[in-house]
Design a protein around this ligand. Structure first.
Ligand SMILES: NC(=O)c1ccc[n+]([C@@H]2O[C@H](COP(=O)([O-])OP(=O)(O)OC[C@H]3O[C@@H](n4cnc5c(N)ncnc54)[C@H](O)[C@@H]3O)[C@@H](O)[C@H]2O)c1
Length: 267
């Protein structure tokens, strides 16, 4: 384990993970803590955050800080900067993972195109895209203090491709336009920030394919049939990509979008 920790170079580093209380956020936080990374955990869901922080400290003996805050609220930025600047004041890794996702319960969101509503579009762009710009900008001074600073933005295959609606037939599921637009924007913002912040800070994105979470069985069957690796993703599938882009193994990679989708976008 010691040599694995050396390989990734993340031991004793400091990371801020947004959406840390969510499915992927938890997996990312656990993977980073397992390599000895100190964590600042940000999410709206305070109870889940506190229980995660307790778990990480107990299982991996890393220190954690918790920020229960809404990324759509301007005051969150100042609170995040305060936490980041506390202690050593250096930030080595920023994981922009929080988002309104396909299953988020917002009016006018995961419904047919005709029923999608402007307030939902605006809220989603605010959290999924605008807050990434704002938080990364606010964290840049602390990232510049790190000798190996990395930003990883969590995008989606729907930032690359349009939805195949035949997967959704007869299910209550849908695929919001604002989700796709925000993730497409995030992939391009990644390239923009990569060249702007180089050589001090690397910026990459990960585009996961659909993760299996008890969706409608008809949807899962169609999704699997369309995927070369014949299954939906699991949270663990994304952890390796995150550790790779966060740490030393990717030190000559910036501005890239790593697609982790079982081959969904390969044909
Ligand atoms: N689940 C998938 O199939 C899938 C596929 C591709 C990409 N992704 C991306 O992976 C990332 C994580 O998704 P997930 O599946 O773990 O979703 P999730 O809903 O389990 O987690 C998202 C977390 O973000 C938090 N969050 C949302 N809005 C927030 C706000 N305004 N302020 C602070 N926190 C906020 C939520 O509280 C939640 O804990 C997202 O960026 C998502 O778009 C997911």
């Amino acid at each position: 384990l010691k040599s694995l920790r050396n390989y990734f170079g993340l031991e004793g580093k400091r990371a801020l993970v947004t959406g840390a209380a969510g499915h992927l956020g938890r997996t990312f936080s656990q993977a980073l803590a397992g390599l000895g990374t100190e964590l600042i955990l940000l999410d709206r869901n305070e109870e889940a955050l506190r229980s995660l922080a307790g778990e990480l400290e107990k299982e991996h003996a890393v220190s954690t800080l918790v920020l229960a805050a809404d990324l759509a609220d301007d005051q969150t930025l100042a609170r995040a900067v305060d936490l980041v600047s506390a202690g050593p004041g250096t930030l080595d890794l920023l994981v922009n993972n929080a988002a309104y996702v396909g299953t988020s319960d917002i009016e006018g969101w995961a419904v047919s195109f005709e029923k999608q509503k402007l307030p939902a579009w605006r809220q989603a762009l605010e959290v999924n895209l605008t807050s990434v710009f704002a938080l990364t900008q606010a964290c840049t001074p602390a990232l510049r203090l790190s000798p190996m600073a990395s930003v990883v933005n969590i995008a989606s295959i729907y930032g690359l491709l349009g939805p195949d609606w035949s997967l959704y037939d007869g299910t209550p599921m849908a695929n919001p336009a604002a989700y796709a637009a925000s993730k497409g924007g995030l992939i391009q913002l990644t390239r923009w920030m990569a060249t702007t912040l180089a050589p001090a800070i690397r910026v990459n994105s990960i585009s996961p394919g659909g993760i299996q979470r008890g969706q409608d069985p008809a949807f899962i069957a169609r999704y699997e049939a369309r995927t070369p690796l014949k299954r939906m993703a699991r949270e663990e599938d994304l952890a390796g990509a995150l550790l790779f882009l966060a740490g030393r193994p990717s030190s000559y990679i910036t501005g890239q979008n790593l697609v982790v989708d079982g081959g969904w976008t390969a044909w």
